[in-house]
Design a protein around this ligand. Structure first.
Ligand SMILES: *Cc1c(COP(=O)(O)O)cnc(C)c1O
Length: 351
C-alpha cells in the first residue's frame, strides 16, 4: 500500500486506460483529438486559459525546461526557497550559467514577504518558487509574493508538482506553473504539465534555443503550429493522465480539495493522539497533500517496520532531514479516510 508523497497509488481505471492498445501519436487524428481535449481539461484543473503543455518526462523535466527555455547566460534569477526543491532551482540556474540569488529561510519555516521585497532591490528577469515543499510538508502562501513579483514585472515560475490537483494554486499570478503526473493526479510517473502565459511565451520565443528536449520552444511551431509533436509522445502515459483527469473532474475540484483537507486533518489528529509531533510544528503551514511528522533519529526505522509487517510504504524526507522526518502522502488516490486510518493505526502499532 503506497502512502508515499508521490508516486501515489494509481486507481484501477487509470491503470486500465494505460493498458489499451496504442494509437500512433503522430499519425492518428483521433489521438490528436484526445490530446486536445486533455489540454482543455488540464486548463480547467489549472484554472487558466493559458496553454498547458504536457512534456514526456518526470516533473524535474518541467523544472529544468523552465530555466532552459527562458533564461539566457548571465540572467539574474531570484530563487525563493525554504526547502530542497526551492534550492534546486538555483542549481539549475547555475547549470545553465545564469546568476541565481537565493532568497531563503531555513527549511520548514515560513517564507517572508519582507525578505523577498528587500531582495528585489536588484532587478530580476525571473523568479522561482515552490508551492508545496514536499520534503518538509510545507504549503507556501505564495499569492502575496507572486503579486509583488508581478507588480515589478518579474516572470514567475512555480513548482506546484505536489499541490496541483490537491488544492487551489493561484495560477493567475504564475507565468509558468509546473505539475506532475504522479502526485495529486495519481497517474503513472512520466509526464509533467506546464502552463505558459503569453508573457512567458514571448520570453521563450525571444530566447536563442540551445537545447531541444528541455525547451518549450519547439512546441510552438510543432504542436501549436502544425499539430505535430516534437517527438513521439508517451502515448500510454497520456491515456493514464487523461483518465486520471477525468476522475478528478467527475468528482469536482471543490470536492477533491475538501477530501484532501479532511484527510490531512485526520492524519494530523491521529498522529497527535499517538504522541507524534508535526514538522514544522505550526499546523497552518502544513500542506493538505502531505503530512510530515518529527521522529528524531527514528524516521528510517519506522517505515521499514511498517512495510515489513503491514505492507504499507511511507516516505522519509530528503537531505539533512532524512533521519528525522516521516511523511504520509495523502494526495490524489491516497487521500481517502480509510487509507489514512489504516496507515496511522499500523504506524501506531509500530511505534
Ligand atoms: C515530486 C516533486 C517533484 C518531481 O521530482 P521527483 O523526482 O518526483 O521527486 C518536483 N517538485 C516537487 C515539489 C515534488 O514534490
Amino acid at each position: 500500500m503506497l502512502m508515499t508523497p508521490g508516486p501515489t497509488r494509481i486507481p484501477q481505471r487509470v491503470r486500465q486506460a494505460m493498458a489499451r492498445e496504442i494509437q500512433n501519436p503522430d499519425l492518428d487524428p483521433d489521438f490528436a483529438k484526445l490530446y486536445e481535449k486533455l489540454e482543455e481539461k488540464l486548463q480547467e484543473v489549472y484554472g487558466t486559459k493559458n496553454d498547458v503543455l504536457i512534456l514526456g518526462g518526470e516533473g524535474i523535466l518541467g523544472i529544468e525546461a523552465s530555466i532552459a527555455s527562458m533564461m539566457n547566460q548571465g540572467d539574474k534569477v531570484l530563487c525563493i526557497s525554504n526547502g530542497i526543491f526551492g534550492d534546486g532551482f538555483a542549481d539549475f540556474v547555475k547549470m545553465y550559467k545564469g546568476e541565481p540569488t537565493l532568497c531563503s529561510v531555513p527549511y520548514g519555516q515560513e517564507l517572508d514577504l519582507e525578505i523577498v521585497e528587500s531582495a528585489m532591490e536588484e532587478d530580476f528577469k525571473l523568479a522561482t518558487i515552490v508551492h508545496c515543499e514536499t520534503p518538509t510538508g510545507v504549503l507556501n502562501d505564495i499569492t502575496p509574493i507572486l503579486k509583488t513579483l508581478k507588480e515589478r514585472g518579474v516572470i514567475t515560475i512555480v513548482d506546484a508538482v505536489s499541490s496541483l490537483g490537491g488544492c487551489h494554486v493561484p495560477v493567475e499570478y504564475i507565468d509558468v506553473c509546473i505539475g506532475g503526473s504522479q502526485k495529486c493526479f495519481s497517474s503513472a510517473p512520466g509526464l509533467t504539465t506546464v502552463s505558459i502565459s503569453e508573457t512567458a511565451w514571448k520570453v521563450i520565443e525571444n530566447k536563442e534555443q540551445n537545447t531541444y528536449y528541455t525547451s518549450f520552444k519547439p512546441w510552438k511551431d510543432t504542436w501549436y503550429g502544425r499539430r505535430e509533436f516534437p517527438y513521439t509522445h508517451l502515448v500510454s502515459n497520456i491515456y493514464g493522465l487523461d483518465e486520471a483527469i477525468n476522475m478528478l473532474l467527475e468528482e469536482g475540484l471543490g470536492n477533491v480539495y475538501s477530501r484532501h483537507k479532511e484527510c490531512a486533518k485526520l492524519c494530523r489528529d491521529l498522529g497527535r493522539n499517538m504522541g507524534l509531533e508535526l514538522y514544522p510544528s505550526q499546523e497552518r503551514l502544513s500542506s493538505p497533500t502531505v503530512t510530515a511528522f518529527e521522529l528524531e533519529g527514528r524516521a528510517r526505522e519506522i517505515p521499514v517496520m511498517l512495510n515489513k509487517r503491514y505492507g504499507i510504504l511511507l516516505g522519509t524526507s530528503l537531505g539533512s532531514l532524512k533521519n528525522d522526518v516521516l511523511r504520509v502522502g495523502h494526495m490524489g488516490a491516497n487521500a481517502h479516510e480509510h487509507l489514512v486510518k489504516e496507515t496511522m493505526s499500523a504506524a501506531k502499532r509500530c511505534l
